[in-house]
Design a protein around this ligand. Structure first.
Ligand SMILES: Cc1ncc(C[n+]2csc(CCOP(=O)(O)OP(=O)(O)O)c2C)c(N)n1
Ligand code: SF4
Ligand SMILES: [Mg+2]
Length: 282
């Protein structure tokens, strides 16, 4: 009698939303991991077929080659404004933006702030690698104090270039923001928590709750002048000290127009530091 082979246990399979091609990212770049998380969440929520995504400038733009969705390109920080228009004329669509820190926190500061303030029903994925990756590793608003870039070769100095901008904390205080969180791709457990955040941010849109954003701390080994493992260690040891991980605002369940009381938006007397200190891990 021949033994019947046990069915193989599937541990991982490529989500159908992820195109089956090699990416053009540098070895060790975090963008690919974030693409996979988005692909998995959209597939699991069953919304990929009605998703319209908006791409930025920067290396982040290549998302449109690797996520098999309907895409619209909105260069230079305009993704939240374009996403607003799409969501308003296509209320049946699920609308996602994907932006880097140069795109979202520099040239696009106005668009993201006002889309969040209006509580637009869009989900924003904000990839913060602390640098302008695509254009040669220049300083971004998010670059850490002391961090060397091609435009701050001696390290960012506050007296000359100001302080790193905590975009997600700033957005989190706005009542139109249903959900704001910061995750990372530094290790498997952080990646799992980041996926849960992206899922929650998508569910906020599906529930009509308001604007939702997940900032994902990512690496840019080439722009940072590091090997890929060194860049991951830097993410874990250094970057999180300026950008703590966790949920920064969760007003889901207090659906606008429902008469519910939103969770207080103000970080209180301790300012952003206190808000961050009390941020919950997802
Ligand atoms: C000389 C020049 N200046 C400015 C730009 C506009 N620009 C395109 S990509 C980019 C950097 C984007 O950085 P980020 O959004 O952080 O994306 P990353 O590449 O890090 O993923 C800039 C400034 C340009 N294309 N060329
Ligand atoms: S330059 Fe940086 S962000 Fe761009 S692909 Fe290379 S590692 Fe990734
Ligand atoms: Mg960047």
């Amino acid at each position: 009698m021949s033994a019947v082979a046990a069915a193989p246990r599937v541990i991982y399979r490529r989500p159908s939303v992820l195109t089956d091609v090699s990416t053009r990212y540098c070895p060790g770049c975090g963008h690919g991991i974030i693409h996979r998380l988005i692909a998995e969440v959209l597939e699991e929520l069953g919304v990929a077929g009605r998703t319209i995504a908006v791409a930025p400038v920067g290396c982040s733009v290549f998302a449109y080659e690797y996520l098999s969705l309907d895409w619209c390109e909105a260069p230079h920080g305009r993704a939240p404004a374009v996403a607003t228009g799409i969501r308003r004329v296509r209320p049946d669509a699920f609308v996602l933006t994907y932006q880097g820190d140069g795109d979202l926190a520099a040239i696009g500061t106005g668009e993201i702030v006002h889309a969040a303030a209006r509580g637009e029903l869009i989900t924003a994925v904000f990839v913060n690698n602390g640098i302008y990756g695509m254009t040669g590793g220049q300083m971004a608003p998010t670059t850490l104090l002391g961090q060397k870039t091609t435009s701050s070769p001696a390290g960012r100095e506050a007296s000359l270039a100001g302080y790193p901008v905590p975009m997600t904390e700033m957005l989190a205080v706005l009542p139109g923001v249903a959900y704001a969180a910061r995750g990372s791709i530094a290790d498997p457990s952080a990646i799992g928590r980041t996926k849960a955040m992206i899922r929650k941010a998508c569910q906020a849109q599906l529930g009509g709750e308001g604007f939702a954003i997940v900032e994902v701390l990512s690496n840019c080994p080439v722009g940072w002048g590091m090997t890929a493992p060194e860049s991951i260690q830097y993410l874990k040891d250094v970057v999180v000290a300026t950008y703590p991980l966790g949920v920064l605002a969760d007003r889901t369940g207090s659906k606008r127009g429902s008469g519910g009381t939103p969770e207080p938006a103000s970080p209180g007397p301790g300012g952003h530091a206190a808000a961050v200190a009390t941020a919950k891990e997802a």
